[in-house]
Design a protein around this ligand. Structure first.
Ligand code: HEM
Length: 402
């Protein structure tokens, strides 16, 4: 495992602030997740959106910025200017993302007004933070002793997220000033959501490779191809929506996802799966995260190619499974691996909390999905949610103590 502590103390402390911030914002997602679980009938759109973005923006994208900073800083000596820039970026990211998430609830629960206009205001801030993080990460490549595939995956993830978030922010602006984007398709949100669902593969595979490699090794052509397939694949989604050629592009998109996955399976995914999820620390999280990555890819490919482009054949339980296989199964398991590494110095704090959370989340997901598919009820998600909450609490206490 070559996830090593960042050598510079100030950057290491900045990462602590960032991950504590992302765990706290994740609580917004979890609160509404419990509310969803206990809601019978349709969940209001504003509630789905604040729940979704609490997890996807506040927890996952904010942590992805932290991961990139961690990877490009590594064990280098850095200047006081670098330390200050990282600290400023981290605080800006935490504060802006913390403001952005609630605006989804505020903006989508009313037709117009001042609170609706906060959505593109915070959205623009989040987009600027993402572009700066992406440019910053690529700019650090020239200072690396070895540029690895993990660097490409982590920085490429931020670039992809920055493009996708820009489209999302413009959709938010449309809520204030009316439609202006030339999007002919009825599904306007797909131009943003499709790209953001795909960028997760880049972050996830960066974490899997980072945690399973023994030591840093120079990037390889296969690794670069994997990163490019997923980056370009994600980028063609909004292009297809703007040009109204979604149906024609879907098979190409599906093929790119699959090819990237095959390369990843041969390169690294198998290594994560041969470590059985026993004991504590990073490996069990990465085992489950990788397993869900494969399931999430299967569900993704079913929608993209298995339906032949006719989304009306998708069963109603599909979206709940798709969202949670990706965001909880794949991403939350893998992010807990990273945060667990950051809090390693305090691993004795609630040492029972980590394995208990791991198993409650993963068995809870099975219960959630089983009950959802068999009886169309959501209450199984409570069990999964308790696991996630325990994980957040354990990791937060360790970060505080570390
Ligand atoms: C990163 C974390 C998460 C993200 C991004 C996320 C995302 C989503 C999305 C997109 C939906 C709407 C799915 C649809 O269209 O049907 C949803 C629904 C839901 N979420 Fe989450 N979720 C996350 C975590 C959680 C957690 C921790 C819980 C439990 C506490 C939870 C419980 C639920 C429930 C019960 C539903 C309703 C499912 C249904 O319609 O039957 N989610 N979530």
């Amino acid at each position: 495992m070559y996830i090593a502590r960042v050598k510079n103390e100030s950057v290491w402390q900045s990462l602590k602030i960032l991950f504590m911030g992302s765990l706290l914002i994740f609580l917004i997602n979890i609160y509404f997740g419990f509310d969803n679980s206990l809601t019978v009938g349709e969940i209001e759109r504003w509630q789905v959106l604040i729940h979704l973005h609490g997890g996807s923006v506040g927890w996952i994208t904010l942590s992805a910025i932290g991961i990139a900073i961690w990877i490009v800083t590594g064990e280098r000596d850095v200047t006081p200017g670098y330390e200050r820039n990282v600290r400023a970026l981290v605080w800006a990211a935490v504060l802006i993302f913390a403001g952005y998430v609630p605006t989804f609830g505020l903006a989508f629960s009313r037709p117009s007004g001042f609170l609706v206009s906060l959505l593109p205001v915070f959205g623009s801030g989040a987009v600027i933070v993402l572009w700066i993080s992406a440019v910053f990460s690529f700019a650090q490549f020239k200072h690396q002793p070895v540029v690895t595939t993990v660097h490409y995956l982590a920085a490429g993830a931020l670039l992809t997220a920055a493009i996708g978030a820009t489209v999302g922010m413009l959709l938010g602006l449309e809520r204030v000033i009316g439609q202006f984007l030339p999007l002919p398709s009825a599904d306007r949100v797909g131009a943003h959501a499709g790209m953001m669902d795909t960028y997760l593969f880049l972050v996830a595979s960066a974490i899997v490779e980072w945690s399973t490699r023994k030591e840093a090794a120079r990037w390889t052509w296969a690794g670069l191809l994997q990163a490019l397939l997923w980056m370009v694949g994600a980028a063609i989604v909004p292009i297809a929506f703007f040009l109204n050629i979604v149906e024609q592009v879907l098979p190409v998109f599906g093929l790119m996802l699959l090819l990237g996955m095959v390369i990843f399976l041969f390169r690294f995914a198998w290594r994560a799966l041969i470590n059985l999820p026993i004991g504590g620390g990073v490996k069990p999280w990465v085992f489950f995260g990788t397993l869900w990555l494969i399931i999430y890819m299967g569900l993704f490919l079913y929608a993209v190619v298995g339906t032949g482009g006719d989304f009306s054949v998708i069963p109603p339980w599909y979206f709940a499974l798709f969202a949670h296989a990706g965001f909880v199964g794949m991403m939350t398991n893998l992010l807990f691996a990273v945060v667990s590494s950051r809090g390693q110095e305090a691993a004795s704090v609630m040492s029972w909390g980590e394995p208990l959370s791991l198993w409650t989340i993963n068995l809870g997901m099975l219960l959630f999905f089983g009950l959802k598919v068999a009886f169309d009820i959501r209450v199984g998600a409570v069990f999964m949610g308790i696991g996630v909450l325990l994980g957040v609490f354990t990791m937060f206490r360790r970060l505080l103590a570390s």
